[in-house]
Ligand binder design. Sequence first.
Ligand code: NDP
Ligand code: HEM
Length: 472
Amino acid sequence: MQDIALFDDLGHFDRERIPPRVVHATGAGAYGYFEVTHDITQYCKASIFSEIGKKTPMFARWSLVKSEKGDSDVMRDLRGFAMKFYTDEGNWDLDANNTPIFFVRDPMLFTQFIRTQKHHPRTHTRESNPQWDFWSLRDESVHQVMWLFGDRGTPDGYRHMNGYGSHTFKMVNAEGKAVYVKFHVKTCQGIKNMTRHQACKMSAIDPDYSLRDMFNAIESENFPSWEMFIQVMTFEEAEKYRWNPFDLTKVWLHSDHPLIPVGKMTFNRNPENYFSEVEQACFSPSHLVPGIEISPDKMLQARMFSYTDTQFHRVGVNHGQLPINCPLKATNYVRDGYMCYRQDSKGPPYFPNSFHGPVEASNGFKEHVYSVSGDVDRYDNQDDHNFDQPKLFWSKVLDQPARERLVENIVDNVKDCYPQIRQRVFDMFYKVSPNFKKMLEEEYDKISKESIPETTLQGIWNFVTSAVKTEM
Ligand code: NDP
Ligand code: HEM
């Protein structure tokens, strides 16, 4: 009982794990810089964009949305693409995904959807039924589902995919004039995907393939880069746009709002320690700088709360003081808490005061003022032009071989679902195109001999649906 070194060692070991991210748990990170290549000061006063050639240090983390720690990083999933810009006005985080849309447009459905992606509470296995059940009951998912089961659902590592801010944000210029924007970052390595079979095989050979690929590329000085673009929509255009411009299940068509080049980011340094720099990295859409603001998109509004809240729990109340998260300049009156080590104690710990310490920011930090009108209510927004863009995606973006791969990927996943759910899935895709449904049925007929027999599935369905339903 006197070997203190052993006790300290064991005691530390016993506390080595921290909670993983509740989503996006598997990922890779790297340092780099952002360089302005085009002038957008007519739209935005943020100092990061102030002049062509200006460089801002940054850190990014690429991840898999539904993943849990230790999962394969080549499996079918959306990819996260979180960017932290250490600007001279504070940190700006752009937490993007590799698709410009999402499954739901109401944040009340976010947690419900995420549960369909995780392990089943009873069996602790991952199942196909929950996700197809949910998606086929919520038509707004269909656009994102078509991306997920298309070629871009299995990117060849993190270097060969785009990033999309997805939400509508607001940019404000030096005169206080605001516009709505969407952010796009496009890979300079080119889009490259794996087929379903290649991704399955790679998951077995090297479940850390995407992490290793990024690390090795940077270590061998083959620095990956992405170009940043924005789409711009005026407030007047937003009033008249053919779709709700704040709907996260929809894009703004390029032909309506063309991509405007902004800059380029290059990643040229690997972290020294994965845990302290990548695991403890805390990104949040609420980390904004003057000139970049949020919009009335309710998903984005909900995200304003969720990230810092989870990080208080996941990393600790002073996560903002860690070197990976700390802005270049940070002054505030936040005090104490676990693991506090950077606190300015020269001034009084309150504001206003008669002495010194941080003072209220000048008008540059004041948010843009906007008007609202109409009733405020909770309502179900399920039915809002859910099929317009999936139809475009099917008919205009995908060629015939890409459609065939999409159909095969869906059927391979939906084949073991309860017949009622499978039928509802096929009916949902009928609303995208009757030919889509026909192709799904033909593919299913072809492979159904390999599936669980219909009678067994029917028996399970009868058992599950006999359970008592309770109201929430
Ligand atoms: P466009 O017809 O102008 O461009 C099509 C876009 O689709 C390109 O940006 C291309 O990306 C991307 N794309 C190509 N193949 C695939 C694929 N297999 N999976 C996913 N994306 C692919 O687009 P519109 O603006 O007219 O929108 C039409 C449809 O295109 C939308 O319904 C949407 O699904 C999709 N799309 C739209 C985007 C937008 O922000 N407007 C962005 C991406 C897709 P790349 O340039 O990288 O090749
Ligand atoms: C991670 C919540 C939608 C991109 C996270 C985390 C939470 C969360 C709690 C874990 C954060 C952490 O532990 O540090 C939500 C909620 C959403 C939402 C409540 C909707 C209401 C989205 C959307 C995108 C996105 C639409 C992309 C456009 C990301 C990324 C990460 C992440 C990239 C990983 C950040 C990292 O690498 O550390 N999200 N999310 N999320 N989210 Fe979301």
